[in-house]
Each structure stands twice: as structure tokens, then as C-alpha cells.
Write a protein that binds this ligand. Structure first.
Ligand code: 4NP
Length: 155
């Protein structure tokens, strides 16, 4: 198995719904491990519309209900993120394409689709839907994070 990463960046479009949810779940799952290593964890959006805003209230509600921490304000993804993070998780294929444009091709192997180890599909954008969508996204992300932690020998 390749060395387990020690830093992970979760990326979606706005950094207010999916990627902060992934960040909160990841922190929550890591805190529950007895021998959890020090991890640098963050999230970002490929777009700049919501920079500086707190996560969407529906993301906050789902995270709190599960006892997971609520991440800080949104920021935009930057080219130098690829130097700061071992792995970068794109929530959907559109995010993945945008990240490929942002980073040099040598780094593309460290950019993964979030649901690669589970459904292989995209994390649906819940922004324009109802609260059920946020619960569905929580389930998809939680399952995928468990799978990634297992791959990295942290399961
Ligand atoms: P996210 O959801 O990418 O999961 O944070 C979105 C949030 C805002 C917008 C789109 C998606 N927006 O167009 O403002």
C-alpha cells in the first residue's frame, strides 16, 4: 500500500454545502479513531461566489445532528493547494475537470473523485433542493470517507 496521506483537501463548487460537509465528517471520523494521526484537513470551492461565508445552514444542521464539527468560512481553491495537500478530493466530475486545469499534470494522480471507492459517481449538489438532499449527501460522504480511511490503513 502506498504511504497513507497526512493531508487532505475536499473540493466542491461553492465550498458551502458538500466539501465542508466532507471536511466535518472526516474530522469527526478521525477523532473517533483511537490512534488517529495528525491530519491537515481543509475544504475549498472552485468558484468564488461564497468566499468568506459560513457553511450553508442545512449543512451545519446535518453535521451538528451527527455530532460532527462545522468548518469555518468558505475559500476558493488555489493552484498552490496541490503543494500543501497530499490528496485532493473532488465532489463531482465538473470539480475534477476544474482542478485538473488548476494544477500541473504531474499532480493529477493525487486528485480523486470523492466517491471513487464506493459508487464511483458524483456527489449530487444539494444546494437547490430540500433538506433530504443534505441527508443523502451525508450518507454518501460518510460511506466514502470510511472507505478512504480503510484504504489508508486507518479503518
Ligand atoms: P456546493 O454547493 O458546491 O456543494 O457548495 C453549491 C453552493 C452554491 C452554489 C452552487 C453549488 N451556487 O451556485 O451559488
Amino acid at each position: 500500500m502506498p504511504d497513507a496521506p497526512r493531508s487532505v483537501l475536499f473540493v466542491c463548487l461553492g465550498n458551502i454545502c458538500r466539501s465542508p460537509m466532507a471536511e466535518g465528517i472526516f474530522r469527526h471520523r478521525l477523532a473517533g479513531r483511537s490512534a488517529s494521526p495528525a491530519f491537515h484537513v481543509d475544504s475549498a470551492g472552485t468558484g468564488a461566489w461564497h468566499v468568506g461565508e459560513a457553511p450553508d445552514p442545512r449543512t451545519q444542521e446535518v453535521l451538528r445532528r451527527h455530532g460532527a464539527p462545522v468548518p469555518g468560512p468558505a475559500r476558493q481553491a488555489r493552484p498552490d493547494d496541490v503543494e500543501q495537500f497530499d490528496v485532493i478530493m473532488a465532489m463531482d466530475r465538473s470539480n475534477l475537470r476544474n482542478l485538473h486545469r488548476l494544477y500541473p499534470s504531474e499532480a493529477h494522480g493525487r486528485v480523486h473523485l470523492m466517491l471513487e471507492p464506493t459508487t464511483g459517481g458524483d456527489v449530487p449538489d444539494p444546494y437547490y433542493g430540500g433538506p433530504d438532499g443534505f441527508d443523502q449527501v451525508y450518507g454518501l460522504l460518510d460511506e466514502a470517507i470510511e472507505a478512504w480511511l480503510g484504504r489508508w490503513g486507518l479503518g
